[in-house]
Design a protein around this ligand. Structure first.
Ligand SMILES: Cc1cc2nc3c(=O)[nH]c(=O)nc-3n(C[C@H](O)[C@H](O)[C@H](O)COP(=O)(O)O)c2cc1C
Length: 181
């Protein structure tokens, strides 16, 4: 199974990027995941959506070729960061590469409940007609709080409870994707 992990933070030491890289490595026996970051994705512009910049084309091609998407969203001011919304806008237009493609949402923050609101908003957007992505939620919601205390220098997640939870959720997600494809 091929998955892309889309990271909603472009900063170098992003906790969400660290989480994505950890998931890719830790669960490589369950799925092959390429981590996609968004720093080179230009602002969405309807005037150029039919002949989008090369960075957008290759981003959309990678998403189109994947069996599923795992979103890694920070929370900014109680919602998703603009870079993530911008990427979603590109994905939602012309060839709607997300339609029918299963999603899982994860988020890391320094606070305890950080990303809960951002994730709720992302779920709403996943239901929109241009995205229309079935997603695994409920008990499978991954909210990594106090994330700055949970990684070692090498980017390994050191919190056993979180690692065990991720193991369960990713297994459930593989089953969910197989049922949806
Ligand atoms: C502009 C801005 C707004 C933020 N708003 C929130 C917020 O609403 N809720 C929250 O839990 N954390 C908030 N934070 C803190 C982020 O959770 C924290 O910076 C986190 O590390 C960002 O994810 P990253 O490490 O992947 O970049 C905010 C940070 C920034 C820079």
């Amino acid at each position: 199974m091929k998955v892309v992990g889309i990271v909603g933070s472009v900063r170098k030491d992003s906790l969400n990027k660290a989480l994505a890289n950890f998931v890719a490595k830790q669960f490589e026996h369950k799925f092959e995941m390429e981590v996609l970051t968004l720093e080179n994705i230009p602002l969405y512009n309807q005037d150029i959506e039919n002949d989008a910049p090369q960075e957008v084309k290759s981003f959309k091609e990678k998403v189109a070729a994947a069996d599923a998407v795992i979103w890694f969203t920070p929370e900014y001011n109680g919602t998703m960061p603009g870079v993530l919304v911008n990427a979603i806008d590109w994905l939602s237009r012309v060839n709607r590469v997300m339609v029918g493609k299963p999603s899982l949402v994860m988020g890391a923050s320094m606070g305890a409940l950080g990303t809960v609101k951002a994730q709720a908003h992302l779920y709403d957007v996943l239901r929109s007609p241009g995205i229309d992505s079935p997603f695994l939620a409920g008990a499978n919601q991954v909210v990594v709080g106090a994330a700055h205390t949970k990684f070692d220098e090498q980017g390994n997640l050191t919190d056993d409870n979180t690692v065990n939870f991720l193991d369960m959720v990713t297994t459930n997600f593989v089953e969910f994707v197989e049922k949806n494809n």
